[in-house]
Design a protein. Structure first.
Length: 327
């Protein structure tokens, strides 16, 4: 019998959660689509159950006997050839996980939501967990996460002991198959970024995002929400920090917004025909232009969460990328 069921263990965040739980001596069962591929990146101590969040039977099998359910799986992409896949995985997968958790009677359901479900006050305006946006967001990814969040929220009335975590852009140790912001950092070091996109994003180190989830499992009240975000960085600032940390990389110029918008629009028109990802998804540019400033003060205050500053996290990440041969 396993103490914890975890979805998303091969992703950047889920993998960090798996490593943290195992390090604490917890018994972890991971629902994975390919045990063979997952074994290469998931901690060896984890029990692997073949399945998929979109397959309710496999979720039920994996949840049987588990006391805690961490649902960290999801599609974070900003473009897919079939936009309906966002709903099938992010929404349908969450429906299945909630159903299995209720049937099993877990003591805690730790759900990875997103900062995108909150009301944004505008570029550069700080926001917290106080207001869920009732209006549909601009991209298929965001709307799917809004719908999935509502699924978990509505299940609270049926007795689901859920807590909500809302991480910002994650970087840090994790599988190469789920690079996230790590790819940008590696490309900056290798001089492979000819121009930076305008805008920026809030960031949080992967291990710190994982610790926030585990603290919430232990200490949060049912239904509580916690933003996990350390700071906001423009892409230009990130590039400057990489240059300062390595002493070798140059800071690329920032692409004019009109050019970036044209590249995104034309790229997606071509991708609709070619069925291949665009160089710059409009959703990605849209997110960068939010200049979202989520505040993680509640997690720090109520959970004792202490994220590392970006400068320290960057050094740790660059060390990890060197040790794994990515730079």
């Amino acid at each position: 019998m396993s103490d914890v069921l975890l979805t998303g263990a091969t992703g950047l965040l889920g993998n960090a959660i798996a490593r943290a739980l195992v390090a604490q001596g917890r018994t972890v069962r991971a629902l994975v689509r390919s045990p063979e591929r997952a074994r290469k990146v998931v901690p060896a101590a984890c029990e692997l159950i073949e399945g998929d969040v979109t397959d309710i039977a496999s979720v039920r099998r994996a949840a049987a006997g588990c006391r805690v359910f961490y649902h960290a799986a999801g599609l974070p992409e900003q473009w897919l050839a079939d936009a309906g896949t966002f709903d099938r995985v992010n929404v349908g997968g969450t429906v299945n996980c909630v159903a299995a958790a209720l049937e099993t009677g877990v003591e805690r359901f730790v759900y990875t939501s997103t900062i995108d479900v909150f009301v944004f006050g505008g570029p550069g305006v700080p926001f917290d967990e106080s207001a869920i946006d009732p209006n549909p967001k601009a991209t298929a990814y965001e709307r799917s996460k809004q719908a999935a969040d509502r699924v978990v929220t509505e299940a609270l009335a049926n007795g689901l002991p859920a807590v909500f975590l809302h991480p910002s852009g994650i970087y840090g140790p994790g599988p190469e198959t789920s690079p996230g912001t790590n790819q940008l950092l590696a490309d900056l070091v290798k001089g492979k970024v000819p121009m930076l996109l305008p805008g920026g994003m809030p960031v949080v180190y992967s291990d710190d995002a994982a610790s926030g989830h585990i603290l919430a499992e232990r200490h949060a009240a049912v239904g509580a929400r916690y933003i996990l975000s350390e700071s906001y960085r423009s892409l230009f600032q990130i590039a400057e920090d990489v240059r300062a940390a390595t002493g070798t990389s140059k800071v690329p110029p920032v692409m004019p917004m009109m050019v970036a918008s044209a590249v995104a629009v034309i790229g997606e028109l071509v991708s609709a025909v070619a069925r291949k990802p665009p160089l710059l998804p409009r959703g990605q540019l849209h997110f960068l232009q939010y200049e979202a400033h989520p505040i993680g003060a509640r997690a720090e205050r109520e959970l004792g969460w202490t994220p590392r500053h970006f400068e320290r996290g960057l050094l740790d990440t660059l060390t990890f990328l060197r040790e794994t041969g990515r730079i």
